[in-house]
Design a protein around this ligand. Sequence first.
Ligand code: HEC
Length: 133
Amino acid sequence: MKETTKTALRASAVLAVALGLCVTVLTAADAKNPIKDAMAKYHKAPKGTDPACKKAGAGQCSKEELAGMVAAYKAMCAAKPPQGDQKKWVQLCTDLVNATAALEKGEDGASDKYKKAVNCKACHDEFKPAAKK
Ligand code: HEC
């Protein structure tokens, strides 16, 4: 094989790997899980700080935070949970959206409504797969 051909081959191999990497990164971003996103962003917080869901129930969330939560919960409604009944899933997520929207509007009783809707265990029991061993 001529030296130039070898160089060309090597260059295209490098290009192929680079392209492959790009595609992988893109698909990973596409396959983002709106449920995990909502959990990580609003139901979890670094040690020593309160997660948004706790602050929301206590009426301590900013309007911006609440708006973000409504959007995240809506995305959850549209997503498919890893397991469980889709109809019931949409119902639970809709409750969350409505309760958070009520908090955003400052409605009476919104706090209790939200605390009821954000019941971690009730939802996880049916829709979150048990931890893999
Ligand atoms: C309306 C349903 C629902 C409610 C309410 C809910 N979760 Fe989840 N949560 C899920 C589902 C479904 C998953 C699994 C997502 C997956 O594996 O794709 C999950 C996963 C998680 C995870 C793991 C995320 C990850 O990256 O694997 C954490 C942490 C979590 N939830 C925290 C909470 C906490 C804390 C609360 C209560 C304040 C809560 N969740 C309330 C549905 C819910």
